[in-house]
Design a protein around this ligand. Structure first.
Ligand code: FAD
Ligand code: FMN
Length: 838
């Protein structure tokens, strides 16, 4: 193996590439182009013209990269592309079309052929029908071994200890097919059958063919009877023809007499591949061998090509191999992980698509399009304003009427609710909770300040509540407030168990009322085994005090190893806790609060009873869920008995524990159903903080799917919370019907006027965002530097705007959509189309 410093890229002269898929070939071509002296050998076990798979689809963004890196490849690809910009969502007998997306697709085998030719031109030695020698042999004979050997990479398996792969086989079954029906656009079909929901991801990739992937959740797939044909013996490369014919019949309405075309097509499950490391000594993983991203975001080939580009560039830029491989991984990992997060959200959405099949067609289409969280309300508006306007106009919460936090039952598609007000962003639509009318859908969630002394709210608590009232949210909560001295999370937490505390809170409420009429909520808690902790540092983490006060919990489990254990609460003590909650609720009412928040999440006392991880009791408060729910229901009943009927109670739960053996989704739904039955008006759906050893997949909006789950499974209004910090995300969550309210926490600490600023940024100035009267002169975003610079006209003629709707209508291809132009009966919302020249 050669090595040592030298001119850029000179250290790596002999390269072995395992696999001539798109990733391996593109890398080989670029690495050879950058350093023609290199000897690059590619091994491919299949023949040059073995044709597996159908189309691949790219977004405009990827194409820019390909265009720049190797113009001849781009030119050859461009000549083959089917191009369009529309996405059609076919659902409940209707079609909704959203334009402005920009797609290009081609036959996967044409892509391979173009890359094969480019490799041949550049002098890459590609050996077809030749399995690669064992990786150990290649690693000792070559400077670098690139394992581009696909999703089932044998190289990755051979070096599993070094790469530490994680293979996550998902819950849906899918079969990858083509059809000779040429779809005009990316087409998602979602149908509800008696066996469950079924979805199709289809797109054109040539003048004659479309990719057609049929997918369904495992349970629906079994009920539909696909298990039996799928289980039959078959040879390598054989298709499951009975299943293909069955799909053809099931989806006949969308195929318009056209065929489904199999090619080694069998039901499989998608595996998300992740690796802790992508390189080991002189072996590096590339493409599907290193990572996969669910096909519903159409980016596997794109990622493989981008890997090839980045690895070739890194070898060029770094004189030493190790530096190049580190740079390659450092550059690619964040990009890939971001794509994988989007793909994960997307695949989970499709795994649970049945959750949404009660929505109206417009909202369903919006929900589908924003499923990965990458595409948002704002993106879609920029791409196709008319599409978003139509969904927006039908969204609940018109300025004259108001959205009531109940959702359609999940059986059968509901019509889109009418009567909305176009032009009002979803976050500024009102909502009624109990008898309370909220001006908009933004909530400031409980944000403890840890500034209290003797349980009395501090000047800072007063100032914070005031600032949040001025800031324009529809509902503002205090931080957690203990129902007893014992139940304080820290010594600096406020409480509501004495007359003095009640008077202090009354004064805080009165001061806030002088600033605005925003409804005020107080969150009551007993912190359970999370009581008697230190005040959290800037990282938000507190720890149990070694010399704190004695605490109570479901079971005597310390929060973390070495911490003092809580005492398992006796039944009489629990009755005392219930009474403390009721007394504090009565005080909260007298103090003037409008909404009662109950902290039944985050490992506090009640949460500790709900979770199987922290409740090991054998009495009637432990064991099955109905027993673990007992304390929660007792507290809620006692609180409801004293809290006025028209004032809402909002209960916060941890819908997941992020630790093995924790609360399941089904349990979270059952808990919420029981809480709603006992008088909760809304569920504030958080997760985690139940056990210290949790592993939380933090990311933008990572808890939203739980609010969505609960809202659709129970019909109870939900508050989504957690890393929703932009108004665009808030609008997306609301318009997609994933939650009724959106809580924005830390962003309101960064900017207490977050909600009003969001209104200004969206150009909204209606009743949903009321500026404090004395501040109205500042209610417009101040002009930035350079605002007084007036640009001269530099174009003789205005540039033609790209059409929003472009469809794939190849002039000399078979009639798009068959004899009657592919229309579905009753296609509401079909937009005019424009042919695209190509
Ligand atoms: C149903 C489905 C739909 C998809 N749709 C899209 C889409 O629309 N758009 C998109 O961008 N991506 C899509 N993908 C993903 C895409 O197919 C892959 O991400 C992409 O092909 C990865 O390229 P690669 O070069 O890493 O691996 P591969 O294309 O899998 O190539 C690996 C190659 O290595 C060879 N090989 C393996 N082991 C050896 C060995 N020991 N010796 C020699 N050769 C070996 C294999 O024969 C193969 O040719 C889809 C995937 C699936 C499953
Ligand atoms: C400083 C701070 C204090 C918090 N205090 C509480 C609290 O008292 N009660 C509670 O239920 N959650 C509390 N939380 C959690 C927030 O209510 C919210 O769930 C969390 O910050 C996630 O939302 P975000 O990403 O918008 O900040 C607190 C969070 C922060 C940052």
């Amino acid at each position: 193996m050669s090595g040592g410093a030298g001119p850029a890229g000179s250290a790596v002269r002999r390269i072995a590439v395992i696999g001539a898929g798109p990733g391996g070939l593109y890398f080989a071509a670029l690495a050879k182009k950058l350093a023609p002296h290199r000897e690059i050998t590619v091994w491919e076990r299949d023949a040059r013209d073995d044709a597996y798979g159908f189309g691949v689809v790219f977004s405009d963004e990827t194409l820019d990269g390909i265009a720049q890196a190797d113009p001849p490849v781009f030119a050859a690809l461009s000549a083959e592309f089917a191009r369009w910009s529309d996405i059609d969502v076919r659902y409940a007998g209707q079609v909704r079309t959203c334009g402005g997306h920009g797609f290009a697709a081609l036959d996967r085998n044409r892509l391979r052929t173009i890359l094969q030719r480019r490799c041949a031109e550049l002098g890459v030695d590609v050996r077809y029908r030749t399995p690669a020698p064992p990786v150990a042999r290649l690693a000792s004979g070559y400077d670098l071994v690139v394992a581009a050997d696909g999703v089932r990479s044998a190289t990755r398996a051979a070096l599993a200890e070094a790469f530490r792969p994680d293979l996550d086989e998902r819950h849906c079954r899918y079969i990858w097919l083509a059809t000779d029906k040429v779809f005009e656009a990316f087409t998602f079909i979602v149908e509800q059958h008696d066996f469950g929901a079924l979805q199709v991801h289809a797109y054109p990739y040539s003048r004659r063919r479309s990719t057609f992937i049929v997918e369904m959740a495992e349970e629906a797939w079994r009920k539909a009877g696909f298990e039996e044909p799928a289980g039959r013996e078959s040879g390598r490369g054989e298709s499951d023809l009975p299943s293909v014919l069955r799909c053809e019949r099931l989806l006949a309405a969308h195929l318009d007499g056209h065929r489904l075309i199999p090619n080694a097509s069998r039901w499989i499950r998608f595996t998300t591949v992740r690796n802790a490391s992508w390189h080991h000594r002189n072996v590096v993983l590339l493409g599907d061998a290193a990572h996969t991203a669910h096909f519903s975001i159409g980016s596997g080939t794109k990622l493989a090509l981008e890997d090839g580009l980045a690895l070739a560039a890194a070898l060029h830029e770094h004189p030493l191999l190790e530096g190049a491989l580190v740079a390659y991984e450092r550059e690619r990992r964040p990009v890939v992980e971001s794509a994988q997060r989007a793909a994960q959200a997307s695949l989970e959405w499709f795994e649970t698509v049945g959750r949404h099949t009660g929505q109206g067609a417009g909202q369903f289409a919006f929900n589908l399009l924003t499923r990965s969280r990458r595409v948002t309300y704002g993106n879609l508006r920029a791409r196709d304003a008319a599409f978003v306007d139509a969904v927006d106009a039908a969204f609940g919460g018109a300025a004259d009427g108001e959205g009531v936090g109940r959702v359609a039952a999940p059986d059968g598609a509901a019509p889109d609710p009418g009567g909305g007000t176009a032009g009002v962003p979803p976050m500024f639509r009102p909502l009624r909770l109990g008898l309370l009318r909220l001006r908009n859908r933004i909530v400031v969630p409980p944000l403890a300040t840890f500034t209290a002394v003797d349980g009395l709210p501090s000047g800072f608590d007063r100032a914070q509540l005031g600032a949040q009232v001025l800031g324009g949210a529809g509902l503002v909560f205090t931080g957690m407030t203990a129902v007893s001295a014992q139940g304080r999370a820290t010594e600096r937490c406020p409480g509501l168990w004495t007359d003095a505390q009640e008077a202090a809170w009354r004064s805080v409420v009165r001061a806030a009322r002088e600033l605005g009429d925003t409804p005020l909520g107080i969150q009551l808690t007993h912190a359970g085994r999370r009581a008697a902790g230190s005040v959290p540092g800037p990282d938000g983490i507190g720890h149990p005090l070694a010399d704190g006060w004695p605490t109570l919990a479901a079971s005597p489990l310390p929060w973390e190893p070495g911490a003092p254990p809580p005492r398992a609460a006796g039944v009489a003590e629990l009755a005392g806790v219930v009474a403390d909650f009721a007394a504090a609720a009565a005080r909260a009412d007298r103090a003037g609060f409008d909404v009662l928040g109950l902290q039944f999440g985050h490992g506090h006392l009640v949460s500790g009873f709900l979770s199987p991880l922290t409740n090991h009791r054998t009495d009637r408060y432990g064991g099955p869920l109905e027993h673990r729910l007992r304390l929660a229901l007792e507290v809620l009943a006692a609180v409801r008995a004293v809290w006025p009927a028209g004032k809402p109670v909002v209960v916060r739960i941890s819908a997941a524990d992020w630790a093995p053996g924790g609360t399941t989704e089904a349990e979270a739904v059952a808990i919420c159903r029981a809480l709603a039955g006992a008088g909760a008006d809304a569920l504030d759906v958080s997760t985690g903080e139940v056990v210290a050893h949790q592993k939380v997949p933090y990311g933008r909006g990572y808890q939203v799917p739980f609010a969505d789950l609960i809202r659709h499974a129970t019909g109870i209004p939900t508050v989504a919370v957690g890393a929703i910090s932009g108004h665009d995300d808030a609008n997306s969550v609301l318009l997609a019907g994933r939650a009724d309210l959106v809580a924005v926490g830390r962003a309101h600490l960064y900017d207490p006027l977050w909600t009003l600023h969001a209104a200004a940024e969206q150009g909204y100035a209606g009743p949903g965002a009321r500026w404090p009267q004395p501040w109205q002169p500042g209610s417009r975003r101040p002009p930035g530097p350079g605002a007084d610079r007036v640009a001269p006209r530099l174009r003789l003629l205005p540039e033609a705007a790209a059409p929003v709707h472009r469809r794939w209508l190849p002039a000399d291809g078979p009639a798009a959509g068959g004899p009657d132009d592919g229309g579905l009966d009753g296609q509401a919302g079909r937009k005019p189309t424009e042919p695209v020249s190509n």
